[in-house]
Design a protein around this ligand. Structure first.
Ligand SMILES: NC(=O)c1ccc[n+]([C@@H]2O[C@H](COP(=O)([O-])OP(=O)(O)OC[C@H]3O[C@@H](n4cnc5c(N)ncnc54)[C@H](O)[C@@H]3O)[C@@H](O)[C@H]2O)c1
Length: 255
């Protein structure tokens, strides 16, 4: 599929880039012409492209040293120019019953999903120093509705949407747009136990009006759109890329 080259000559930072949706986003931004700094705990991000287009920063997004390393790598990759696209896709979930969750697990989810996002966002805006840019946060349908066992994830993703709106309003006047994408269920290695289980996957598919799961590439194309020039007047919104799942009421299952 041909892509607009609207990110040619620009540098992007992608967190959670080694696999799943973050890896697909890295591929999408490269296809649109960008250079990409791939940030992840895991090392596989290096497999995504050659050194002239991709730099790998191995580290934990909650560590300020990782943020500094990512922006230093972006500056080096971009010939001294700051990054103008930031996509945050690192995952943390720690599923547990609400009344049985360990405090440190709850805190960890909030740190990875929310606090690290704020730290990367603010470093991004400081680096831009008045130039325009685009931020995309990976949110989730859990920001809108509850599933037992996912309270920490839901609270963090709902707060991430609040951060999305705050950044959009506070930094819009500087030409920095901030949006979110909320993917429906996308089969990745981490959730293999769901999509390989016939009963679980059948239940998930009943909740999908399109009758199928989404792919990481479909989510990445929406991220590419929000990062690029076609979304030049889109700011502060959350784009559901979920096959209609969050548009559906449970009553639909009775029809
Ligand atoms: N897959 C889905 O069904 C789905 C649905 C809705 C939302 N999302 C969101 O999309 C994003 C990507 O999800 P995914 O399913 O592709 O995840 P994934 O588990 O396939 O990949 C996540 C990546 O994040 C990295 N990571 C985790 N913690 C990190 C940390 N502290 N520092 C640096 N890197 C870290 C992991 O090493 C991994 O490479 C997440 O924000 C997730 O919440 C995914």
């Amino acid at each position: 599929m041909s892509r607009p080259q609207d990110l040619a000559g620009r540098t992007a930072i992608v967190t959670g880039a080694a696999q799943g949706i973050g890896a697909a986003v890295t591929g999408e931004l490269l296809a649109r012409g960008a250079r990409v700094v791939a940030v992840d705990l895991a090392a596989e991000a290096g497999a995504l492209g050659g050194p002239e287009r991709v730099a790998v920063v191995r580290g934990d997004v909650t560590d300020p040293a990782t943020v500094a390393a990512a922006f230093a790598a972006a500056g080096a990759l971009g010939g001294g120019d700051p990054p103008s696209v930031l996509v945050q896709a690192a995952y943390a979930g720690a599923p547990a019953p609400l009344d049985g969750q360990q405090d440190e697990d709850w805190e960890r989810v909030l740190q990875v999903v929310l606090s690290a996002a704020r730290r990367f966002d603010t470093a991004f805006v400081r680096a831009l120093d008045g130039r325009p840019g685009a931020i995309v946060h990976l949110a989730s349908p859990h920001a809108f509705g509850a599933v037992p066992g996912f309270a920490a994830y839901a609270a963090a993703k709902a707060a991430l949407l609040a951060l999305t709106r705050a950044a959009a309003v506070e930094w819009g006047p500087r030409g920095v747009r901030c949006n979110a994408v909320a993917p429906g269920f996308v089969p990745v290695e981490r959730n293999r136990h769901v999509w390989t289980d016939p009963e679980l996957s059948a239940a998930m598919l009943r909740a999908s009006p399109l009758g199928r799961f989404g792919s990481a590439a479909e989510v990445a194309r929406a991220v590419g759109f929000l990062a690029g020039e076609d979304a030049s007047f889109v700011n502060g919104t959350c784009l559901a890329v979920d096959g209609g799942m969050t548009a559906m009421l449970p009553e639909a299952l009775l029809r």
